[in-house]
Each structure stands twice: as C-alpha cells, then as structure tokens.
Design a protein around this ligand. Structure first.
Ligand SMILES: CC(C)(COP(=O)(O)OP(=O)(O)OC[C@H]1O[C@@H](n2cnc3c(N)ncnc32)[C@H](O)[C@@H]1OP(=O)(O)O)[C@@H](O)C(=O)NCCC(=O)NCCS
Length: 162
C-alpha cells in the first residue's frame, strides 16, 4: 500500500468526507448516505473503514450483516463486504486490498464465512477479492450492474490469503 495511507474505522468526523467521495466519484446524489454512514458507527451489525492520506478520506469500504436474499435472489444470510470505493487518483496502490483485510478481520471475529456480491463485469473488484482467496459461488440476474448479472463469492476464514 502507498506509504502514509492509514486504515481506520469511520468516525463521525469522516462522514461528510465519505459522502463527498461517493458524490464526486460515483456521480450520485447524497440522499441518505450520511445517515447510512452514521449508522455504520453505531450499529453492531455493520462497520465502515476509511483510508486516509494526509488526514483526508481517499477510500472507504463497508462490511454488513445481511438477511437471506438481501444481497440478491437466493443469497444466504451472513456477513457481506460491500461498497468499497477508492478515489481514482489513489487506485492501484493496494488501498482496497488493505480496506478489505481490515473488514475481513472485523468479520472473522463474528463468523467463519464472508460473502460479497459484485457485477459480473467488475473485473477490478473480482480480481481484488480473488487475490485474497474469495471463490465464486454463483451468478444471478441483476438490474444493479450494467452486465445484468451479479456474482456471489465467499471466503472461509481458513482459506484467507494474507
Ligand atoms: C475496485 C476498486 C475498489 C479497487 O481499488 P484499488 O485500491 O485500486 O485496488 P488495489 O490496488 O487494492 O488492487 C488489488 C488488485 O485488484 C485488481 N484490480 C484492482 N483494480 C483493477 C482494475 N481496474 N482492473 C483490473 N484489476 C484490478 C488487481 O489484481 C490488483 O492487484 P495488482 O495491483 O497487484 O495487479 C476501485 O477500482 C474502485 O473504487 N472502483 C469503483 C467502485 C467499485 O467498483 N467497487 C467495487 C464494488 S464491489
């Protein structure tokens, strides 16, 4: 990872910067993102980590416990990695990998298996997670990704690559 980048749990002071990052990079409206991030701080079933460079939020990633079918049709209940986003100026420096390792440490204190779902066309996300040991479970039709298909993958604690 790039030197001087720190991975930390999201705090209240980071919420506005995390919302701004999403708005700027994803081109979305803020909507209730501030509330969602704030609840990541207080809710025991979810956590967001941020990556900071010179005290500035340059990336974030969430981990959340979901019910069956919440991540997509036929998906199991469990702990899911979700919403990892790295500022384009900071991509390909290992930041998402470190955010994912932090989220896995959080998740594996609660469960033996961690899941994530991404679009079948999101090669960066698929490669990032595969490098950490995630294995594809199944694909399913989805309107959330441009490819029209999402991929469910899982990682068992015993299969994690450090
Ligand atoms: C996907 C994303 C989070 C990766 O962040 P990152 O910090 O650049 O990722 P890392 O530097 O940790 O990359 C780790 C590995 O993932 C793979 N990878 C990451 N981005 C990639 C890309 N654009 N194309 C192909 N492989 C990619 C590579 O194998 C890379 O390892 P390498 O650099 O040794 O080759 C980032 O591109 C992003 O924010 N994308 C937009 C949001 C998104 O798609 N999030 C995922 C939703 S599940």
């Amino acid at each position: 990872m790039a030197p001087a980048v720190q991975i930390e749990p999201l705090t209240k002071a980071d919420v506005a910067a995390a919302v701004n990052l999403a708005v700027r990079v994803l081109g979305v409206k803020p909507g209730d993102r501030g509330k969602q991030f704030a609840s990541d701080i207080t809710d025991d079933l979810r956590q967001t980590f941020v990556a900071k460079a010179n005290s500035k939020v340059v990336a974030y990633g969430r981990v959340i416990e979901l019910a069956a079918n919440e991540a997509g049709p036929g998906t199991p209940a469990g702990c899911y990695l979700s919403g990892v986003l790295v500022d384009p100026a900071w991509q390909l420096r290992g930041i998402a990998t470190e955010l994912t390792r932090a989220r896995l440490r959080w998740a594996f204190t609660r469960t033996d298996t961690v899941f994530y779902v991404t679009g079948a066309d999101n090669i960066g996300s698929l490669q990032l997670h595969a490098a950490l040991g995630f294995q594809e479970v199944k694909r399913f039709r989805s309107e959330r990704s441009a490819a029209g298909r999402d991929v469910l993958s899982q990682l068992a604690r015993t299969a994690e690559r450090c």
